[in-house]
Design a protein around this ligand. Structure first.
Ligand code: ADP
Ligand code: ADP
Ligand code: MG
Length: 663
């Protein structure tokens, strides 16, 4: 076995690989960018080497520097994690040339599976079922149109070099094909430097079911069951689970054997995932090969949870030349596991990624990177920043239960105990998805989020009354802690007809709200929110929370105060409520400027207007790409475009003015 490995990645996957290496008494070398100088993965490894600037192309994609760091520290092998260099055949080959073991498949297998069209030609020969479609070399638009007409609509145009859910266009009818093809080719050229596409049948209400496979250098292969990753937004995974609900033994075996055939066809070695798109016809499922990801997948922990195995340990053993630790007949499924990707993003604003610092980051009780009922894989600590340089995933929460119901209940409880303050996250959104009828009943397909949108977006889990009661309780408790219990020490206390009182004002959900607290003779409290009848308020400090009662409602709330804002977490969900200081002058709401600036560093994709155009409020003006997503920049008011300040393809800094708008 290796004595020392270098981990050519960052974040949760770097920490996760380090945890297994540590358990196996293998020493680890981290690499890091400027932005990651104090990152968790640097601390998690035995040594660390600085490899450059914050942008991935200046550090995590600088493979000469990474190989030099491995040589300089005496590492024998490189684990690439996922993303970055993990599916780069030139990097895999360069490692071998430098006498280092690349912990992954041979460069030839990465190359064979690298392009979707070419890999489909290979799979066709290997007898793996494919979605009906065209994946040939000839890219003549007229030919592609004829093929689409032959396949029958709807069809999906895919960039052959695509990944991460990008470079795909669904086409409903023949007349729309040419325009969709042109726009798909444009995106493919810009994002992947290769405009080749394939055309395939668009499967309606499909499921995404993938098979984890493993091969060793001695020609042995196993499949480690399936994962259902149907819950997606923008063709990207949100929740993943194993086993796939409704999967029969016979179907599992057919899919497993097809996946192994795919791996065998390219002499695969190590961990890989064969992704299938599954068409459901009542109880029957038809599966078709989509692509093979030649690396460890983000969602591998659900497979670890149901098999009791450590897949990184398997990767290390296989890379060191050992045979697979188990054979197919030894493998069993235990219980059910679900993973939720916790991301810095705003689901209510089209999943716009968010940046900022994790002012509060409290996790449910768990054992990190260990198999157990609740597991968290992350690469950040409280106080760390989610920067615009890398993707927006904060953590993965993985739960295991004897049954799917148990796993679901555990996931909801664990999400409720995940408290993040400082930036927008999808935690509450994930809870709604988990509780939605479709997910609860395992009615899974890639349109689930769209179908359930009425119960997923723009919800308010904590109402004004409860939020105000929690904020008042927190204020009083903080004051007691500071100055002893003196309700009259505050400057805005009042007293009339023997009843003492105090006024509070809040901003809640963008609206100004008032609350009145009354101190009764017997020391009891009443709170009236926004003119409603006063209701008894009682609270005391519980274990890590405030036990709160307002009127008929009793709740355990955890409240974090940052500046004037109280962030209230309850079992039902979270809310933020802002205290407005009564004596401070009402701030003049800063007037919305006419500046149109980049919300984060990124690349300008396109402008939909030119200088001189009249635009209406809300009209899309430009598209930017950052954090692996596209963002539309809309007009804040009616006006005329005075000037475009950048051209498509330009890289811009956060806050850069993209265009000038005149009133
Ligand atoms: P998966 O099917 O495993 O989710 P993706 O294509 O979505 O595969 O990418 C895998 C992961 O790789 C992403 O979730 C992300 O964390 C990471 N990743 C990919 N590209 C980048 C990048 N340019 N910068 C940072 N992380 C990246
Ligand atoms: P990527 O490399 O971006 O992961 P994939 O080919 O794996 O691209 O497809 C990503 C997602 O797009 C799938 O998980 C599925 O939701 C959807 N998808 C892909 N192919 C089809 C298809 N033929 N019909 C319907 N949806 C599809
Ligand atoms: Mg995919």
């Amino acid at each position: 076995m290796f004595k020392k490995i270098l981990i050519a990645n960052r974040g949760e996957i770097a920490c996760r690989v380090a945890a297994t290496a540590c358990r196996m008494a293998i020493r680890t070398v981290a690499v890091y960018s400027d932005a990651d100088a104090h990152a968790k993965h640097v601390v998690a490894c035995d040594e660390a080497v600085h490899i450059g600037g914050s942008a991935p192309r200046e550090s995590y994609l600088q493979w000469e520097r990474i190989i030099a760091a491995a040589k300089a520290t005496g590492a024998e092998a490189i684990h690439p994690g996922y993303g970055f260099l993990s599916e780069n055949e030139a990097f895999a080959a360069a490692c071998a040339e430098a006498g280092l073991v690349f912990i992954g498949p041979p460069a030839s297998a990465i190359q064979a599976m690298g392009l979707k069209a070419e890999s489909k030609q290979l799979m066709e020969k290997a007898g793996v079922p494919l979605v009906p479609g065209y994946h040939g070399h000839d890219q003549d638009p007229a030919l592609l149109q004829r093929e689409a007409d032959r396949i029958g609509y709807p069809v999906l145009i895919k960039a052959s070099a695509g990944g991460g859910g990008k470079g795909m266009r669904a086409v409903e009818k023949s007349e729309d094909f040419a325009a969709a093809l042109a726009s798909c080719q444009r995106e493919a050229r810009n994002s992947f430097g290769d405009e080749a596409v394939l055309v395939e049948k668009y499967v309606l209400r499909p499921r995404h079911i993938e098979i984890q496979v493993f091969g060793d250098a001695h020609g042995n292969y196993v499949w480690l069951f399936e994962r259902d990753c149907s819950v997606q937004r923008r063709h990207q995974k949100v929740l993943e689970e194993a086993p796939a609900p409704g999967m029969t033994e016979a179907m599992r075996k057919r899919m497993g054997e097809a996946a192994v055939a795919a791996a065998r066809a390219v002499d695969y070695v190590g961990a890989g995932t064969v992704e299938f798109i599954v068409e459901q016809r009542g109880k029957e499922m038809n599966f078709f090969f989509m692509e093979m990801n030649t690396r460890l997948q983000v969602e591998h922990p659900v497979t670890e949870a149901i098999t009791g195995l450590d897949l990184v340990e398997w990767q290390l053993r296989v890379a060191a030349g050992q045979p697979l630790p188990l054979q197919q007949a030894d493998l069993r499924i235990h219980g059910h596991a679900i993973e939720a990707r916790i991301c810095a993003e705003n689901p209510d604003n089209n999943f716009l990624p968010a940046t900022g610092s994790l002012q509060v980051y409290r996790k449910p009780p768990h054992v990190e990177f260990e198999r157990g009922p609740v597991r968290i894989d992350d690469g950040v600590r409280e106080g760390d920043a989610i920067s615009p340089f890398y993707d927006s995933m904060i953590a993965k929460l993985i739960v295991h239960g004897a049954t799917r119901e148990e796993a679901l209940a555990r996931l909801d409880a664990a999400l409720a105990a995940t408290h993040i303050v400082g930036l927008a996250t999808n935690v509450q959104f994930l809870r709604y998805v988990v509780k939605s009828r479709s997910f609860a009943e395992a009615d899974l397909d890639t349109a689930l989020i769209q179908r359930e949108q009425a119960v997923l977006f723009d919800q308010q889990p904590v109402g004004l009354e409860l939020a105000a009661a929690a904020a008042v309780a927190k204020t009083l408790l903080d004051e007691q802690a500071l100055a002893g219990n003196d309700p009259f020490s505050r400057r805005d206390g009042w007293r009339s007809h023997g009843v003492a009182g105090r006024r509070f004002e809040f901003d809640f959900g963008g609206q100004h709200q008032k609350a009145e607290l009354r101190y009764l003779h017997d020391g009891a409290l009443q709170l009236a929110v926004n003119g409603s009848a006063p209701a008894p308020l009682a609270f005391r400090v519980g274990e890590g929370c405030i036990e709160l009662q307002h009127g008929e409602r009793r709740v355990r709330a955890v409240v974090y105060t940052t500046g004037e804002t109280d962030h209230v977490f309850t079992p039902q969900g979270a809310a933020a409520i802002v205290s407005v200081d009564l004596l401070a002058h009402a701030s003049e709401g800063a007037a919305e400027g006419g500046r149109l600036t980049a919300p984060m560093p990124g690349k300008v994709v396109s402008f939909s207007v030119k200088a001189g155009d009249k635009v209406a409020k809300g009209q899309p003006l430009a598209v930017m790409e950052a954090m692996k997503m596209e963002h539309t920049i809309a007009a804040p008011a009616d006006g005329t475009v005075a000037e475009l300040l950048y051209a498509p393809g330009d890289q811009v800094a956060e806050g850069a003015e993209l265009l000038k708008l005149a009133a």
